[in-house]
Design a protein around this ligand. Structure first.
Ligand SMILES: [Zn+2]
Length: 162
């Protein structure tokens, strides 16, 4: 049976010789055809570029803390083991007093934004000091973060003027 013909395009660009030589070395070290190397490099770069937020786009993600940061270390745990965020990474949206939990949950649900919540203190400690002092953290997927931030800001702008 003949192999299915690849749906491809030829590219022919006059690129910098040094970049080309780096590409050749890369492909050799990976044992890849130049075509495969170029496809994978472009795909990897474009995947990350497209997942990045419209402005800035240089934020890194700490998978330990679900936090975005612009510094080379996570501000919460100090880890250097941070990477570019992926669209399904859950990122911390907000930390709220528990009294706001249901209101924010409702708004996110209405806008079809998936979220998870986590109690900051943990059930044992909250029981001792009282639920009123408990805080709750909301996390949303990176792809929804911009929209969720706008909703969260709008929600608190409204709540504070009451
Ligand atoms: Zn961290």
């Amino acid at each position: 049976m003949p192999r299915k013909k690849k749906d491809g395009r030829f590219i022919n660009y006059y690129i910098d010789r040094h970049i080309f030589e780096r590409l050749e070395r890369y492909a050799q070290s990976k044992g890849q055809q130049m075509t495969t190397a170029i496809e994978r490099i472009l795909q990897d770069y474009l995947d990350r570029y497209e997942a990045a937020p419209p402005k800035g786009g240089t934020s890194m993600y700490c998978p330990n803390c679900n936090l975005l940061t612009d510094s080379p270390r996570c501000p919460a745990c100090g880890s250097k083991n941070i990477r570019l965020p992926m669209s399904e990474d859950y990122c911390r949206l907000a930390e709220l007093d528990t009294i706001w939990k249901d209101a924010l949950a409702d708004i996110l649900t209405q806008h079809n934004i998936p979220f998870v919540t986590k109690n900051v203190l943990g059930a044992g400690l909250a029981a001792r000091i009282g639920p009123a002092l408990e805080k709750i953290r909301f996390y949303v997927p990176y792809r929804c973060l911009e929209a969720a931030r706008a909703l969260h800001q709008g929600f608190f702008a409204g709540a504070q003027t009451e």
